[in-house]
Design a protein around this ligand. Sequence first.
Ligand SMILES: NC(=O)c1ccc[n+]([C@@H]2O[C@H](COP(=O)([O-])OP(=O)(O)OC[C@H]3O[C@@H](n4cnc5c(N)ncnc54)[C@H](OP(=O)(O)O)[C@@H]3O)[C@@H](O)[C@H]2O)c1
Length: 219
Amino acid sequence: MSPGPSSTRSSGTVLITGASRGIGKELARQYESDGWRAIGTTRREFDVTDYSGIRQFAAGLKGVPIDLLLCNAGIAGKRGTALGSFDYDSWEEVLRVNLLGAAAVAEAFVENVAASDRRVVAFMSSRLGSITEASGHTLPYATSKAALNALAKGLSVALADRGIIVVALSPGWVRTDMGGKGAPLSPEESVRGLRKVIEGLEPGDSGRFLNHDGTPIPW
Ligand SMILES: NC(=O)c1ccc[n+]([C@@H]2O[C@H](COP(=O)([O-])OP(=O)(O)OC[C@H]3O[C@@H](n4cnc5c(N)ncnc54)[C@H](OP(=O)(O)O)[C@@H]3O)[C@@H](O)[C@H]2O)c1
């Protein structure tokens, strides 16, 4: 990965899920103010667990190149569940949104990405999804992001011959509804870092798990 400049070199079209608030909203705001066409989707367009809704929305964008697909929508699930008090309904919902929802979005828009100049798919993961760094906490969320990482790595291989770069990104711990008020990073700071990382991506970076400051995170 080459170090990117502090502002983006080029513009294009970016589609971001989960753009109603938090990191997704800030991604859409920054890309748009930098001259990109930012398509920020919310549940009004489609819920990421509604596969036919996703396909319907994608049909409306048929033939439109998408340089950067940011699968960002995610949930934390029920807080405080641990061995002995697992809430399987909540866990299933976390997997449906964080893993299957991201997969469905990637599947629906892959032709748009393939038709673009930049050809990048980025999954918003979390350091908590690192198996190497497993903390033993927040297991439903951690397992969903570990599985999302496996999806990112797998798609990086599956899509390599189409020149599509696929990465898993961690935004850091960010002050959003999910991250809470005590998080050290503002959405502005996290997104500035994420954009710089994305801007510097090269084909050799496909299949990597990268932090918002560009440092690699062990799977
Ligand atoms: N904040 C952190 O510290 C942190 C750390 C690591 C990773 N992340 C990841 O970063 C991403 C964004 O997190 P955030 O902090 O911005 O969270 P957030 O403030 O809670 O926002 C989550 C976004 O995802 C959307 N969303 C949730 N479920 C959805 C569904 N079924 N269909 C469509 N949209 C859905 C929400 O839409 P509604 O407004 O409609 O609910 C909202 O726009 C997530 O993938 C999260 O796991 C965050």
